[in-house]
Design a protein around this ligand. Structure first.
Ligand SMILES: NC(=O)c1ccc[n+]([C@@H]2O[C@H](COP(=O)([O-])OP(=O)(O)OC[C@H]3O[C@@H](n4cnc5c(N)ncnc54)[C@H](O)[C@@H]3O)[C@@H](O)[C@H]2O)c1
Length: 414
């Protein structure tokens, strides 16, 4: 790994200036005013979010920007009449866009985050908030300074299960928590790699703004496989810790009100998906937190028996949250959250079942655009969860324990 400094990294990526911009005054919308939305990145997730935002009352999707023009027709089927651009800056120039949803690949998140705030728009930014730690710091500073309403696409922050877990911990029925274990597991048919997507026939050099996709990464001839399968490569992705662990660590950090980890360890490798990908498919992460707490997260792509979930282990009780054999994003199978008493310390404690309903994460963002309140998944939790997952990846890539201070001093490698 190249031993650059953070300062060099900020210079290379030209993100250093955006945090010091003078931001336009905050939007003032009435409770009944229509919110006009633009979207940057309208691929797989972006099209789900387009459906979600269209379902929120009194919202109009005005425009989309995507480097791959094949997305335009797909989006127009859902939102006829929208404007389309292959450069996100043209969308941000539009005066009649109040708020922007970003669902682009990870290595472009910081660019789209900072540019959206600089254009004076509110923001819904997909997770992980950024590709690197220096970018996370830039985005946190910009969000604080800009006064914009920012929701991170960590939709578990709007879950009823989080409200239940917080309440039980606050009520003291869990006791002292020294350990949290968490995991997510997936599987695919033999010969079919997890995450691998076919390249559509119209995904050609003529149809793609390739330099905008590269976003400062080393220039090279058009490579449609990397455009479509960016998740498999470190220069665009952070692998499964930025794709999935981030949801669970954010949920755990919010439930337990955790600060940043003090150190990270991560082992694993490309053990099951030997298809040329760089990011590991088999992972064991350990995060140390202040005040006597260890959080672990495991993941595999070749066995889905235990689905995904978290166990919060306390001296007086256990919180068990999860989905069995399912996908947390789609929630295909039943989610549950339960509390079990530790009879040695709470002999008369009763078992509990969480019943709080989920909030609409997208609806919460649109409400906050009108009220200027802080959304459920603020930039602060976006930042803390981003730092945690990037610490894990740095530990993996360096094959060593990484402290918070070390992680903050390392410039990421493209
Ligand atoms: N919150 C969730 O549950 C959830 C679920 C899935 C994906 N995601 C996140 O959503 C994001 C997108 O994932 P995806 O699976 O939709 O990827 P995708 O590749 O299907 O979609 C990304 C889109 O962005 C476009 N794009 C690439 N570079 C761009 C640029 N510079 N400007 C504008 N558009 C650009 C691509 O052409 C593509 O259409 C990722 O950050 C991913 O982690 C979140």
């Amino acid at each position: 790994m190249v031993n650059n400094t953070r300062r060099d990294f900020l210079k290379q990526t030209a993100l250093g200036t955006a945090a010091f911009l003078a931001y336009p005054p905050a939007l003032v919308l009435g409770a009944n005013d229509r919110v006009r939305v633009g979207m940057i990145g309208v691929g797989n997730r972006g099209q789900d979010l387009l459906d979600e935002v269209k379902a929120v009352p009194n919202v109009q999707v005005v425009a989309i920007a995507d480097v791959y023009r094949g997305r335009f027709d797909e989006a127009k089927k859902v939102a006829p009449g929208i404007l389309t651009f292959d450069d996100h800056r043209r969308l941000l120039d539009l005066k009649d866009v109040d708020a922007v949803i970003v669902a682009s690949p990870l290595h472009t998140h910081a660019r789209h985050f900072l540019d959206t705030l600089a254009a004076g728009k509110d923001l819904y930014a997909e997770k992980t908030m950024t590709w690197s730690i220096p970018e996370a710091e830039q985005c946190l500073a910009a969000a604080r300074q800009s006064g914009r309403v920012v929701q991170i696409g960590l939709q578990w922050e709007s879950s009823g299960a989080l409200a239940d877990a917080r309440q039980w911990i606050k009520d003291g029925v869990v006791g002292k928590i020294t350990q949290v274990e968490s995991w997510m597991s997936r599987n695919t048919p033999h010969g079919q790699g997890q995450w691998v997507r076919p390249v559509p026939a119209d995904c050609t050099a003529q149809n793609v703004n390739w330099s905008a996709f590269l976003n400062g990464r080393q220039d090279r001839p058009f490579d449609p496989f990397r455009l479509i399968n960016w998740r498999l490569f470190w220069e665009f992705s952070g692998g499964n810790v930025t794709e999935n662990m981030v949801h669970q660590i954010a949920w755990i950090m919010s439930a337990l009100e955790l600060p940043l980890p003090t150190a990270a360890y991560m082992s694993g490798g490309v053990f099951s998906e030997k298809d040329g990908r760089e990011v590991p498919d088999t992972i064991a992460v350990t995060l140390d937190f202040p005040n006597d707490l260890v959080v672990t997260w495991q993941s595999t792509f070749s066995n889905r028996h235990y689905g995904l979930g978290e166990h919060i282990l306390g001296s007086d009780g256990t919180i068990e949250h999860g989905w069995t054999g399912s996908d947390m994003v789609n929630g295909e199978e039943g989610e549950s959250i339960r509390y079990y008493t530790e009879k040695v310390n709470r002999p008369r404690g009763a078992a509990l079942v969480g019943k709080t309903k989920d909030q609409d994460h997208m609806g919460n963002w649109i409400d906050c655009v009108r009220t200027r309140k802080t959304p459920n998944a603020s930039t602060e939790i976006g930042y803390r969860s981003a730092i945690a997952v990037h610490m894990a990846n740095l530990a993996y890539r360096r094959r060593q324990r990484i402290t918070l201070e070390e992680a903050k001093a390392i410039a990421p490698e493209f």
